[in-house]
Ligand binder design. Structure first.
Ligand code: DHB
Ligand code: FE
Length: 308
């Protein structure tokens, strides 16, 4: 190349950097990638120019990100946790799931979905190993936004044990404890047995915990049960059904709780004819999941296994 007559310009000052980087990316073929990377670079540079980090601060930030990656493996996902405590996951959830057609409100997936839980029969108990906590009978229907039952819908359920650990974090729990898939019956009904969930701290032994402590934030999530409800011809619903106080719901460290998905958990202190063998007190929760028509997809699981 002949640079003698018109040599290309090199960066000489702060204000040169953003246009030079944008020009370097200008030939991106995929228009969506081009849009996303352009806005990302513009905002990243604006953020850096506004906060003017020192070199030590930049090194610290890069180490924090490296640790997020190093902490992530097949049974723990610190990347998802970081996105969640920053509110990014809830914002993306709300952008993509506004509930405007009467469908059940969604909530973030979180870092603990495995995707490989066993298929169970309706009525089965998902507490596979000795699990503390009051018995919970969870039931309801899967219906369309028109109220018509949806038969053959898949409900993938998971929750933490009442000691506050998901099975994948806890060597004392059996593989896939408190996880199971259920298929809705001809009238849309599903039902299963479990234990009443308890509030639960997100893992704080990694870089996300360092940040939460520096911000004087409590790591707690309100008690919840996770659901992915999917059926052919319907938009998949990723949600959580909550059971906690208004204060705990509002203090959710990952901003996932919504009023529409608070369950009606009823405590029973006397024997009930429908549940003759349940020890007292036990709980029931009935929740109907409403699906809107659309594309049936499943998320890529953030984890795939259990620590052993
Ligand atoms: C997160 C979600 C959960 O459901 C949970 O139990 C812990 C953490 C999260 O969004 O990071
Ligand atoms: Fe959870």
């Amino acid at each position: 190349m002949d640079y003698v007559s018109t040599p290309p310009k090199l960066i000489t000052k702060e204000a040169d950097v953003t246009p030079t980087v944008l020009a370097a990316m200008a030939d991106t073929d995929n228009p969506r990638l081009k849009e996303i990377m352009t806005v990302l670079v513009e905002h990243l540079h604006q953020f850096i120019l506004k906060t003017r980090p020192t070199e030590e601060e930049f090194e610290y930030a890069l180490r924090w990100i490296v640790e997020i990656g190093q902490r992530t493996n097949e049974f723990h996902n610190e990347v998802v946790l970081a996105a969640d405590v920053l509110g990014a996951s809830t914002l993306i959830d709300l952008i993509n799931n506004d509930g405007m057609q009467g469908e059940t409100m969604s909530a973030l997936l979180g870092p603990f979905y495995r995707g490989d839980a066993p298929v169970c029969a309706n009525g089965d108990c998902i507490a596979r190993s000795q699990t503390p906590g009051a018995t919970l009978f969870f039931s309801g229907r899967v219906i369309g936004t028109d109220g018509a039952p949806i038969a053959g819908a898949m409900l993938d359920v998971w929750q933490a044990s009442p000691v506050g650990l998901y099975e994948n974090q806890d060597e004392t729990q059996e593989d896939c404890n408190l996880r199971g898939k259920f298929i809705s019956e001809a009238d849309g009904r599903y039902h299963f047995r479990s234990v009443k969930p308890a509030g639960y701290p997100v893992p704080t032994d990694g870089p996300v915990g360092v940040l939460l402590r520096a911000q004087n934030r409590e790591p707690m999530r309100p008690a919840h049960v996770h659901f992915i409800v999917s059926a052919p011809g319907h938009k998949t619903l990723i949600t959580q059904i909550f059971s906690d106080t208004p204060e705990a719901l509002a203090a959710d460290v990952v901003f996932g709780a919504k009023q529409q998905i608070v369950g009606n958990f009823v405590m029973h202190t006397a024997p009930h004819p429908d549940y003759p063998d349940a020890s007292l007190p036990f709980y029931t929760c009935e929740y109907d999941f409403k699906l809107v028509r659309g594309k049936s997809t499943l998320p890529v699981p953030p984890i795939s296994g259990k620590k052993s």
